[in-house]
Design a protein around this ligand. Structure first.
Ligand code: GDP
Ligand code: IMO
Ligand code: MG
Length: 432
């Protein structure tokens, strides 16, 4: 049995979809543990590109079993659109995708409340994806959430939505000045979803235990990134779930001891979408160059991503909280034309230097990055598949990152495509 977890080690969009798709070849099963349609995971095969939101990125590989655990929040409308889109492009989903009945549902009031509360916050907004993620997880924690399994019990569904709607309509009308939602319309809409989603609903935890008992190779897929984790990230500028490895245990129902390897995906630089502290952000022309070369526009919302230099303090933190065995470094090719590349190795705050994130520093927004300059390679690395074929400065850069972060680099991605990858460590072999 080998369970390999892939987590984002920065602020999301690190290239998890590409790495999961690449590793799916070796796995029988891919299981997603948290987040919802706020995620956008891009998979590029030959000349085709797929963007997955709620379905595990393993779906693009024929025959792989894909599980969505109870830690994920499901927007049935968005999920069905995703299934139909994949099926229309000859990716078979039925018979391969299973979703936990315990996964909480996003109901139209969640989306409305997400968007309305962002407007209400004005300058203090979080810059959410507006997909209803926060309000859906709020209801889960408040123990009033509606779950996928409730779709199969019409009376229970009616009662839960009715109860919720009393409160949500009050908020929508009185606080946000919006029109109320109708119970009957919601129920009618969700009955249609029930009919179409019923074949996908089954206990994913049991399926996972059985796969573990069989000795299958299992990939565990995280969404967002460690710095967006509701407990470990840059709170309150975070998402509403546990994107770091803890979420894999709670969101899938597996114990920590079955997870053999945790891989942290990082870009060779850094990006962030939405508001919140980002110490190495480049707000001028250098940031624009990274954005254009890296095509840094959100896979879900199309928003331009904020860009900056690689932050080894953040990556070190991700190593600590996730127990990373190695890093998968993506988008090395995006740095091909840079004459000089900076790496943040520490933070300066109130005259003191820090190598670790600590609550002594109230907000990362107040930190000044301590940079080490590295020479660029000014040569194309696009599509390079062997480490030896990388320019010496590129190898030096990767090795510098590895030594600063304190774990090896096991995978290097040199382009969006599946085959544009350098493998230095086999994720499915036992850790040394
Ligand atoms: P995820 O959310 O972590 O799966 O990442 P996204 O899919 O949101 O964003 C990563 C983007 O970078 C996608 O457009 C990928 O196709 C692209 N990408 C991934 N790896 C590489 C790489 O090594 N080089 C380049 N140029 N693009 C990459
Ligand atoms: P993937 O899985 C990058 C960000 C939003 C916002 C904050 C809260 O593709 O890496 P939310 O809608 O979750 O309540 O928004 O989190 N965010 C992401 N940023 N990649 C993602 O997912 C993200 N999912 C949410 O921009 O700042
Ligand atoms: Mg993404």
């Amino acid at each position: 049995m080998t369970v390999v977890a892939v987590v984002g080690a920065q602020w999301g969009d690190e290239g998890k979809g590409k790495i999961i798709d690449f590793l799916s070849e070796q796995a029988q099963c891919v299981a997603r543990y948290q987040g919802g349609p706020n995620a956008g995971h891009t998979v590029v095969t030959g000349d085709e590109q797929f963007v997955l939101h709620s379905i595990p990125s393993g779906i693009v590989h024929p025959g792989k079993r894909c599980l969505v655990g109870h830690g994920v929040v499901i927007d049935p409308q968005a999920l069905l659109a995703e299934i139909e889109h994949l099926e229309s492009r000859e990716i078979r989903v039925e018979g391969r995708l299973t979703i936990s009945p315990g996964a909480h549902l996003i109901i139209p009031y969640h989306r409305l409340l997400d968007q309305a509360s962002e407007k209400h916050l004005g300058g203090g907004k979080l810059g959410t994806t507006g997909r209803g993620i926060g309000p859906a997880y709020t209801d889960k924690a408040a123990r009033v959430g509606v779950r996928l399994g409730d779709l199969l019990a019409p009376d229970r569904l009616r009662e839960k939505v009715r109860m919720n709607l009393q409160e949500k309509n009050l908020l929508l009308r009185e606080l946000y000045g919006q029109t109320e939602l109708s119970l009957e319309e919601i129920l009618q809409e969700y009955c249609v979803y029930r009919d179409r989603l019923a074949p996908f609903i089954e206990d994913t935890t049991l399926l996972l235990w059985e796969a573990i008992d069989r000795g299958d190779h299992i990939l565990v897929e995280g969404a967002q990134g460690t710095m967006l984790d509701v407990d470990l990230g840059t709170y309150p500028f975070v998402t509403s779930s546990n994107a770091a490895i803890g979420g894999a245990c709670t969101g899938l129902g597996i114990p920590p001891k079955v997870i053999t390897t945790v891989i942290g995906v990082v870009k060779a630089y850094a990006t962030r979408v939405g508001e919140g502290p980002f110490p190495t952000e480049l707000t001028g022309k250098e940031g624009d160059v990274l954005r254009e070369r890296g095509m840094e526009y959100g896979a879900t919302t199309g928003r331009p991503r904020r860009c900056g230099w690689f932050d080894a303090v953040v990556a070190r933190y991700a190593v600590r909280v996730n127990g990373l065995r190695f890093l998968a470094v993506t988008k090395l090719d995006v740095l091909d034309e840079a004459a000089q590349i900076s790496v943040c190795v520490g933070y300066r705050w109130q005259g003191k230097e820090y190598r670790e994130i600590t609550s002594e520093i109230p907000s990362l927004a107040d930190c000044e990055p301590v940079y080490v300059e590295r020479r660029g390679w000014r040569e194309s690395t696009l599509g390079v598949t062997s480490y030896e074929a990388l320019p010496i400065e590129a190898r030096n850069y990767v090795e510098f990152i590895s030594s600063e972060v304190g774990v090896p680099v096991g995978i290097i991605s040199t382009g969006p495509r599946r085959d544009q990858t350098i493998v230095l460590q086999n994720a499915f072999s036992p850790p040394p």
